[in-house]
Write a protein that binds this ligand. Sequence first.
Ligand code: NAG
Ligand code: NAG
Length: 474
Amino acid sequence: MTPKNSIFWQIFQFFIFLTISLASNFNYGFSTTYINTSVGEFKIFLNESLLRRGHQMSENQYIWIWNIFLNCWFVGFFVGIWLSPILNDKFGRKIGFLIGNFVAFLAAVLRSLSIFWWSPELLIFSRFLTSICMAVTYQSCILFLQECSPTAQRGNFSFLSEISFSFMTLIGSLLGTDNILGRHLFWLTFSVVPFCFFYTFILFFLPDTPKFLLLAKKSERDAINSVKFYHGKNVDAKKVLVDIRMEAECESTQNSTTLQNMRHLFASPHLRLALFLSVSALQNTVGLWALLLSSTYFLENENIATEISEWSTTAMSLAYVLGAMTGGVIIERLPRRTLLITVTLINNIALLAFVFFAKIRLLIDSLKYGCLISLIIYGYTYGTGVGPISWFISSELVPQKHRSITQSVSYAINTLMVVISTFTILPLYSSIGSYAFIILYSIPSFCSMTILFRWLPETKGREIYEIVNELKMK
Ligand SMILES: *[C@@H]1O[C@H](CO)[C@@H](O)[C@H](O)[C@H]1NC(C)=O
Ligand SMILES: *[C@@H]1O[C@H](CO)[C@@H](O)[C@H](O)[C@H]1NC(C)=O
């Protein structure tokens, strides 16, 4: 046991990690949802912008422009995913984080200017730029949380990312409502600019992660300072470095490029297994966005009154935030493997329950409310573990040198799965109803749960080298 740090210091430490989480998730969460509640105002904005240039916008043109605007996000995110290992490995986690955040800050400025100048092109461009940056900063954020936190608190601190993200999605959709800033698009988009600046500025003062400083930069002195900064003055920094060095011994010590790292990832069995596990875990997260954003549509389809259906997105988001907070508290008390597999199972059962209630309501009408309850449970269990653990599990399964590339490859595969299911869910739902959930989400999720059950090692409270050595034995 290392000597305890003072309670004051523990609070300070909590705020450092919270700042790291918000540095990426403030903008990310907001950008994901602010358009959802202000969609009507954006339509008026596009119409007016075109009118000022002497065009009359037709409904068809609107659908085109809006779809380009919405979906350029996926393209940008996909590009950003591949920039991450280049920035975060080559120049360091801190530089990657800083560059990503700085450009995202510029993009946030452009976003409000585009409203000011009535320029839809600039609006689309700023969204594209934001999505590239978010893919980079989100990965830097997870790397920071994983590599800076003391082993015993790695789970707690990694959860802060999901807590701040879910919280910001809620704030984003609240700000976008008519009663708050929904009618003032300029102020809506400008409201985050000062925060983006603040979080970029504050990153300057944070040291890079101890693991990166020791293993990539080979600077023992900086690594010790970084350990003292993140773990507290009282810890035995030398001992922490010993554990970090063990992690480096799990892999070859030669320097290698991103491309070579990627080749190793597919060539070495334990890295391949880690990738496979990480992709499987992320598969369970695929359904959330479609369910969250289109829940109104699904519930109206099941004959639930419009007022209640419209309220469902908020209820689900709230359940998601509360779930993430619950998860953050219990994560270090339960074995991580058990927690992940259990919540995934409940999450899946909630989906099946939705389908069940959607069918049984044809016999007993009042049972349709079971659909709503199922969705809320889905949101809650997603927050408690399915989402947060899946996003950081790849970092716990691979040693330093391949961490970033493993993360990128698994996020890229996940983005593809999200795109495929997002574009198929609504057409499929309108043709076969709620069975669409079973085909698109339940079956893949049950397969991935089986994979996790079979191979996922326990990661709670263990050093990365111990976990990697266990993977090598499998
Ligand atoms: C916003 O939510 C509604 C349902 O409430 C959904 O139909 C729509 O596609 C969402 N919009 C975006 C931009 O995701
Ligand atoms: C654009 O605005 C004009 C005039 O305000 C209106 O007649 C037209 O229906 C609007 N177009 C769309 C696609 O909403």
